[in-house]
Design a protein around this ligand. Structure first.
Ligand code: NQM
Length: 304
């Protein structure tokens, strides 16, 4: 099937620079996606955007170029609950990728077992309105109860303004809970203001909650973008990510977010995104926890 990209779609950056920052041995890119290819793995009818293709081979080439050892591939909403592209990438990764799937209440136990065998270790619940239609919370809680028995966790994606309304639901989740992109703070608001304070309190009061300190390119409003050799990119996001890394060093993950769906202003150079890491994790110990120890504990516990 041939698909036409959403108008204005920005394709991933074709020729990323080699990062100056050398990631520690065994580093995991813990948030990235594969898209299609659409003629092999069609995009879901209920999708809110149609991306450019981004194949497993292209993802694995980027992994090697940036110096990472492994990937955690997260099901993107353009594939709905059809996890075939994700599973195909996992089974062709030679054990170097694990996954986070999207499932519906109708998923069978045998299907869950099949996903587990392929390397899936979590499900994603998305609350970003431009990406998904609402799924009833009782359905999500039922799914969370079932996947908890497999030792999986729940990844949640929401925007900062929605945390108060979602707090009780998130608190009821029976698994480790991983927040995408720090709950999307508005970085024009003060670091010590009530909105980000609520997110930090959410992490403080829930020892099972982790956060990805990813996506400065999505959160930044004043940049400058990670392009043209820029070594001080996304300055406005640095204090927020640094705060989370330093307060919760054992519960943070980092990922490229390649191929960066739905960016509007620019497409970052992924090599320069890697150079963002030492600005938010300022010691070798913090870097090792963020890039190796934490993702390994969550996704490859049998090796820890
Ligand atoms: O890739 C991300 O993490 C962020 C996304 C896309 C997304 O989550 C999805 O399509 O599932 C976004 O903000 O548009």
């Amino acid at each position: 099937m041939t698909f036409t990209k959403t108008p204005g779609w920005l394709d991933w950056y074709a020729d990323p620079s080699k990062p100056r920052f050398v990631v520690p041995a065994g580093a995991v890119d813990a948030h990235c996606h594969v898209f299609g290819p659409g003629d092999e793995f069609p995009y879901a009818p209920e999708r809110k955007y149609t991306p450019c293709d981004a194949s497993k081979a292209q993802l694995f080439a980027l992994r090697d170029h940036l110096g990472f050892a492994r990937n955690v591939i997260v099901q993107a909403t353009c594939h709905g609950a059809d996890n075939r592209a994700l599973v195909d990438a996992l089974v062709h990764s030679e054990g170097r990728a694990r996954g986070v799937a999207t499932v519906r209440r109708s998923v069978s136990d045998a299907e869950l077992q099949g996903l587990h065998a392929a390397g899936v270790r979590g499900v994603r619940f998305n609350f970003v309105r431009r990406l998904v239609d609402f799924t009833p919370k009782d359905e999500l809680l039922e799914i969370a109860g079932r996947i908890a028995r497999l030792g999986w966790h729940v990844v949640i994606y929401f925007e900062a303004v929605d945390l108060p309304e979602l707090w009780d639901f998130f608190s009821a989740l029976p698994t480790t809970v991983v927040v995408d992109h720090m709950g999307r703070p508005d970085v024009t608001k003060p670091l010590d203001g009530p909105e980000f304070a609520l997110f930090l309190r959410f992490m403080r009061e829930h020892a099972n909650v982790w956060s990805k300190v990813s996506c400065p390119e999505r959160l930044s409003l004043s940049g400058p973008p990670a392009l043209d050799g820029e070594q001080q990119a996304y300055r406005d996001v640095v204090p927020f990510a640094r705060r989370v890394v330093e307060e919760f060093p054992d519960r943070v993950l980092w990922g490229t977010d390649w191929p960066h769906p739905n960016l509007k202003g620019h497409m970052p150079d992924d090599g320069l995104l890697v150079d963002f890491i030492p600005r938010i994790a300022r010691t070798a110990e913090l870097q090792r926890k963020l890039l190796v120890d934490n993702p390994m504990r969550l996704y490859w516990p049998e090796e820890c």
